[in-house]
Design a protein around this ligand. Structure first.
Ligand SMILES: Cc1cc2nc3c(=O)[nH]c(=O)nc-3n(C[C@H](O)[C@H](O)[C@H](O)COP(=O)(O)O)c2cc1C
Length: 326
């Protein structure tokens, strides 16, 4: 799958609690990124709470190519999870080695794996073996950071490349940085040089706020593509480089909410908050709109609020955009 994508590759970065089935559906429909990932899913959890498979791995055909992202610390569970991913018909399998969250790191998962490279390698091998024993040739990719507390990206890439992954996505921050400071694209460029001595593809990631910026980063650093995360929330048009009208934003927000509500229930709207804030963030009256939208107790009321406000003042330029709420 990875090798058949045309370059540059511009994909939607996986975000837990954000890039769920509804977000990916809408992003694929209006933004058509070159590749999408599921939110990360714990391999251990897949067996202890199997309902998660249905929740986290639900996808629709429009999202293809769609990659399932998994994380954990137990190679045997990666082996089994790989077979579930194969069975569910995903186009690729990605291992998260970049999550900085305390709960994840405490269990030797996510970015902690950078400090236990032998376990990281064992996990990659177990995942590959699971795919091979299933009888598929699903490509394996890795998403990681430039280091744990310092930038060790060159050493880390050499290590990962020994296992010949199909692609490596690099968020240009260490775990210690979490989301602070700026992503280090110089480090990503150095990594790209090393990776390009092999057949593995490299995607850079961090702070990209527009399609033009994505293209500049690709040109400057020589990566094969980039992943866009936070700036794609409530903004699938970041992938097309077009500016939607207020009406289009409102209509898409309603469609997103309807798609979610149809599958998860008309009153379970809490997880739509980030998306709705994203759709509305470009409007001058965003703050007022947000408070009305967040007060909506069910989908019908939400639809009413968005409908009533569909044709207010036109949105101003990007500089007026309110900041992300996280
Ligand atoms: C709310 C949130 C959830 C995230 N969840 C994941 C995840 O499940 N898997 C993953 O590999 N990265 C995850 N990330 C990291 C993003 O994929 C991305 O690497 C990071 O946000 C930097 O890219 P950006 O500046 O374009 O957002 C998450 C980030 C955020 C903000």
């Amino acid at each position: 799958m990875w090798q058949s994508l045309s370059k540059p590759i511009i994909g939607l970065s996986p975000m837990d609690g954000v890039t769920d089935f509804a977000c990916r559906y809408i992003t694929a429909k209006y933004g058509k990124p070159d590749v999408l990932f599921t939110e990360f899913t714990t391999v251990e959890g897949l067996f202890h709470a199997p309902e998660r498979i249905l929740r986290d791995f639900e996808y629709s055909e429009i999202e293809r190519p769609i990659v399932a992202q998994i994380y954990g610390a137990t190679p045997e569970y990666f082996y089994k999870a790989a077979q579930i991913v194969c069975k569910l018909g995903f186009d690729g399998i990605d291992i998260n080695m970049g999550c900085p969250s305390k709960a994840v790191v405490k269990r030797n998962c996510g970015a902690k794996l950078i400090t236990v490279p032998d376990l990281a390698i064992e996990i990659i091998r177990a995942t590959k073996q699971g795919v091979a024993d299933f009888g598929k040739s699903l490509p394996l990719s890795i998403k990681t950071r430039i280091g744990y507390d310092t930038n060790v990206v060159e050493w880390w890439m050499e290590k990962l490349l020994e296992e010949k992954p199909a692609a490596i996505s690099i968020h240009g921050r260490t775990l210690k940085q979490m989301y602070q400071g700026e992503a280090n694209w110089e480090a990503i460029a150095k990594a790209a040089k090393i990776i390009h001595q092999t057949k593995t593809l490299v995607l850079g990631n961090g702070d990209i706020a527009s399609l033009a910026e994505a293209k500049n980063r690709i040109e400057e650093t020589g990566v094969d593509g980039v992943l866009i995360g936070r700036h794609a929330i409530g903004n699938p048009w970041i992938f097309t480089g077009t500016k939607p009208t207020r009406e289009e934003r409102m209509a898409t927000a309603v469609e997103h909410a309807a798609y979610y509500a149809n599958r998860r229930g008309e009153t379970r709207l809490a997880s739509l908050g980030k998306h709705l804030a994203g759709y509305l963030s470009h409007f001058p009256d965003a703050a007022i709109l947000r408070s009305k939208v967040f007060a909506a107790k069910d989908f019908r009321r939400l639809e009413e609020v968005l409908g009533e406000n569909r044709a207010l003042a036109p949105f101003r330029n990007d500089r007026d955009a309110t900041r992300f709420p996280f």
